[in-house]
Ligand binder design. Structure first.
Ligand code: KG4
Ligand code: ZN
Length: 356
């Protein structure tokens, strides 16, 4: 079954064709980063306009790149939630119209579940670290496992029992981890989006040059929750100190800031994640979302030889249509479809939580 997947929840206009939830025939991601970079953040109105301009060409390229025509597609999937409403509506409406015109089954999917599904796709060998199969291309890990979903809008540590069945064990009580990367980068003028820029800059810096605080979550808050606003404020306050000293931020100081911030941001995540792994006994961790591309996070997880950590290939960490087509197949194979009346939703409906 060849599924067309369409993704337009934020600033990537993407489409892909994936067969049987596994084999990627094509994946086209058209990024709007240069358009939003001048504003140091995604401008929702501009994003939806660009999606409107690009969506036809992106889907067309996904089909021709796979050597297929519309008549070769067996089903259509699109992200319907969560994301920027105007952006979501473009991809969702296009995908619904495609399905209607070709009389194909249609499924609307949750963006976060799609991110978690990305590592089950086959195009490049997945990176698996630790455990008995260290270094070998891994087959998709059996359920259940621990999920680490880290993006610009979410930071979730969850128990994953199936592709559509997750229970949130911990989440951020304030900013998402990707958001913290982006904000720190904006304040320091490192560039946009911040994640990849800080990751690169940090390689030249000393991760122990600055000792930023780890959050001290109050008693009663859950042990797997994380917080990023304190770290973000501490890093920004350091910028004020540089400014007061008069000289601004020198190049090596910038690299030290990036490395020290990144080390702390990753430690915050891992402290909660490792605690969850120990308490649940789940020894397999599957990561997804833009921050799963972070090289320091990958290194730190690789160092834990007692855990098997599975990451999507870099090109499938950020937003893409392949993860949407992949998870869409799973629903369609189970006989589930969405009505064409389904609409977009900016927020994700609450996932099951392990605690109140
Ligand atoms: O999943 P994604 O593409 O979009 C959302 O669903 O939010 O994630 C985007 C986020 C941004 O905050 C970006 O700065 C971050 O992922 N990101 C990274 C890296 N690459 C992208 N964060 C840390 N290290 C990276 N290498
Ligand atoms: Zn995303």
């Amino acid at each position: 079954m060849k599924i067309l997947g369409v993704e337009s929840s934020c600033d990537e206009c993407a489409a892909a064709v994936v067969e049987d939830g596994r084999t990627i025939h094509s994946s086209v991601v058209s990024t709007q980063i240069p358009i939003h970079a001048v504003y140091a953040g995604v401008v929702p109105e501009l994003a939806s306009r660009k999606h409107t301009e690009w969506i036809y060409a992106v889907v067309h390229e996904a089909l021709t790149g796979a050597g297929l025509g519309p008549g070769d597609i067996d089903g259509v999937a699109a992200t319907s939630r969560p994301g920027l409403l105007g952006s979501l509506l473009v991809g969702l409406s296009f995908a619904k119209a495609f399905a209607w015109a070709r009389n194909l089954p249609f499924i609307a999917v949750n963006h976060m579940l799609a991110h978690l599904y990305a590592s089950r796709l086959e195009n490049a060998p997945r990176i698996a670290h630790g455990g008995a199969d260290a270094g070998l291309p891994a087959s998709p890990p059996p359920y259940p496992f621990l999920g680490l979903l880290v993006s610009g809008g979410h930071s979730l540590i969850c128990r994953v029992d199936d592709f559509d069945n997750i229970t949130v064990l911990g989440t951020t009580i304030d900013d998402a981890v990707g958001e913290a990367f982006d904000k720190v980068s904006t304040y320091y003028g490192f560039g946009y989006p911040g994640g990849a820029v800080i990751d690169r800059l940090a390689r030249k810096g000393d991760p122990y040059a600055f000792n930023f605080p780890l959050p001290n979550l109050r008693k009663g808050q859950h042990p797997y929750d994380v917080s990023y606003s304190g770290l973000k404020t501490a890093v920004i306050n350091q910028l004020e100190r540089f400014r007061r000293a008069g000289a601004g931020v020198k190049e090596d100081e910038g690299a030290d800031i990036a490395a020290s911030f990144q080390r702390t941001a990753v430690e915050i995540l891992l402290r909660a994640l490792f605690r969850a792994a120990d308490d649940t006994g789940l020894r397999v961790i599957v990561a997804g979302g833009g921050v799963a591309a972070n090289s320091f996070l990958r290194e730190r997880l690789a160092a834990r030889s007692d855990l098997r950590c599975v990451f999507p290939p870099l090109e499938l960490c950020g937003d893409n249509g392949a993860m949407v087509a992949g998870i869409g197949f799973r629903y369609l194979a189970r006989g589930e479809t969405s009505p064409l009346t389904v609409s977009a939703s900016a927020r994700v409906e609450g996932f099951k939580r392990a605690y109140p």
